[in-house]
Design a binder for this molecule. Structure first.
Ligand code: ZN
Ligand code: ZN
Length: 512
């Protein structure tokens, strides 16, 4: 039986959060099959899973009739979608697209959502003009726009805005009066050359990347598919929903580029409940299939820094030159020397350095790509200011100038404990074949620009959580041999669908 975590008891005792009667009841509801699964541990094959799914739908006497019926329908729909989900994931995996290049991906999402009957926002309706950071060169975008048509992008959905790098799609489903639920799915890929050896399943099964140097190496192809499957399931149960659903397909999560422009457009301003997830490895700290919340992502700030100097003959007139490489080198050393902060974690890294044109030429151009991170928004402000000061000072020291171009920022993030506990409860009740991790609110160490969306929702009094969808992985995220067990697609669709259903069904007790 799942125990209510001690810290939740404390919060309820202190009346900091309202106990949810329905959810507390659900802690005692558990089918025999789910118990069996809990005892065995380990992963199941699909056959076993579907037996458990069937058994899970029996033994729900404690649920009222319609409620049991709807969650059963959700499980069934997600299961029926499994082959489609797998195909979609492999198609997105085959054609990965980095930040602001997600034109094929966006056009396909827009097509599917439109055909399902969603109100669909694309292009400048999604990302505010002027608010995108880390944009590729126009020429590169134009080339990619031509390429995606040869890669099967639906031409009628590939808008002029998308061709300019206004990627990302929002699907809206309005079901009358009620709260607004926002879900976020990131859609971009990484700059990584995918493994092409017989050990790598995407290669042997023919769905490895066709875009050289780009790869879905973080699982966002899976997130995209979870979003599309959830859209489909919610449309089938729309008569049960009372409120509005916003499905946000976000470009450019890697490098924290995309969320800011969506937040700036105001899309999160009316969201009462907000959730997102990331696939996570089953050999990490998460011991279930779903971890309902996480906290502590590091705030981050990233820059491309250009140093401009003066070229000269290195032997003939060195005094007339101003070396951009020396300026960049000074910046690198002194960025690393930014003092730590007493109030929390800091990070700094210079990831690339380039410069110069020839051995005997004083270099007039150099460039570094750097990032700083911090445990809180205050600390990142400090790190950001120091980084700017160091780069400017290094340039000045060597008679150069320096230009810093932001490539993305993220804040630190906290999931709402009452909301994530409420989710843990509804997952136990509606999806007993899934195990909820024993630590409901897990620590994050990376950075994530979902934080910007969560913070906006929370600033307006809404509730937000960032979950984990646990799955077996062939290799760690951001490595060339990354791949994951596709059963997580179905689990993700079920998870998001029951969360929305439970938030928007009639007479629901919601976290307040
Ligand atoms: Zn990633
Ligand atoms: Zn990711």
């Amino acid at each position: 039986m799942i125990q209510r975590p001690r810290y939740l008891n404390k919060l309820i005792d202190k009346q900091e959060i309202r106990p949810f009667t329905k959810i507390q009841d659900s802690f005692v509801i558990q089918s025999g099959a789910a118990k069996r699964k809990e005892n065995r541990g380990g992963s199941m094959n699909r056959e076993e899973t579907s037996v458990i799914r069937k058994e899970a739908s029996v033994g729900r006497e404690a649920l009222d009739g319609n409620e049991a019926l709807v969650s059963q329908r959700i499980i069934q729909y997600a299961e029926e979608l499994a082959p489609v989900s797998r195909e979609r994931r492999r198609d997105f995996h085959r054609y990965p697209e980095m930040a602001w290049y997600e034109m094929r991906t966006s056009a396909i999402i827009a097509k599917i959502l439109t055909e399902l009957g969603y109100e669909v926002l694309t292009g400048r309706q999604v990302c505010l003009e002027g608010a995108r950071v880390g944009l590729p060169a126009e020429e590169q975008l134009r080339k990619h726009a031509e390429q995606v048509l040869r890669q099967g992008a639906p031409a009628e959905y590939l808008t002029e805005d998308m061709k300019e790098g206004y990627t990302g799609v929002i699907g809206i489903l309005r079901c009358g009066e009620g709260p607004v639920v926002g879900l976020r799915f990131d859609i971009d890929a990484l700059g990584l050359a995918e493994d092409e050896t017989p050990q790598h399943r995407p290669y042997t099964e023919g769905f490895n990347s066709r875009n050289p140097g780009w790869m879905h190496g973080c699982g966002h192809d899976g997130h995209t598919v979870m979003g599309l499957g959830t859209a489909e399931v919610l449309m089938k149960i729309r008569d049960e929903l009372h409120g509005t659903v916003k499905l946000i397909f976000q470009p450019g999560e890697e490098g924290a580029k995309g969320a800011r422009a969506i937040v700036a457009h105001g899309h999160l301003d009316d969201v009462d409940y907000f959730a997102g997830t990331h696939v996570a490895p089953d050999d990490g700290s998460d011991d279930g299939d779903v971890t309902p919340g996480s906290w502590g992502s590091l705030a981050s700030s990233r820059y491309d820094v250009y140093f401009h100097g003066q070229t000269a003959h290195a032997g003939g007139f060195p005094e007339k030159g101003r070396s951009a490489i020396v300026a960049a080198a000074n910046a690198v050393l002194n960025l690393t020397a930014i003092p730590r902060h007493s109030e929390g974690i800091t990070r700094v890294n210079v990831g690339t350095i380039r410069g110069g044109t020839g051995r005997n030429v004083i270099p007039d151009e150099a460039m570094i790509q750097m990032e700083v991170r911090g445990g809180t928004t205050d600390i990142i402000r400090y790190m950001d200011e120091e980084a700017r000061r160091v780069c400017q000072a290094a340039a000045q020291l060597n008679g150069c100038t320096c230009e810093m171009i932001s490539q993305g920022t993220s804040d630190s993030q906290e999931s709402d404990v009452d909301f994530l506990e409420w989710i843990a409860g509804i997952l136990e009740k509606d999806l007993p074949h899934l195990r909820v991790s024993s630590v409901h609110n897990a620590r994050n160490w990376a950075s994530e620009d979902i934080s910007l969306m969560m913070n906006r929702v929370q600033e307006h009094g809404g509730k937000a959580t960032y979950m984990r969808s646990v799955t077996h992985m062939a290799s760690a995220q951001h490595t060339t041999a990354f791949d994951f067990d596709e059963k997580v697609l179905t689990e993700g669709i079920e998870t998001f669908s029951v969360i929305v259903y439970e938030l928007l069904r009639k007479q629901q007790e919601r976290p307040v």
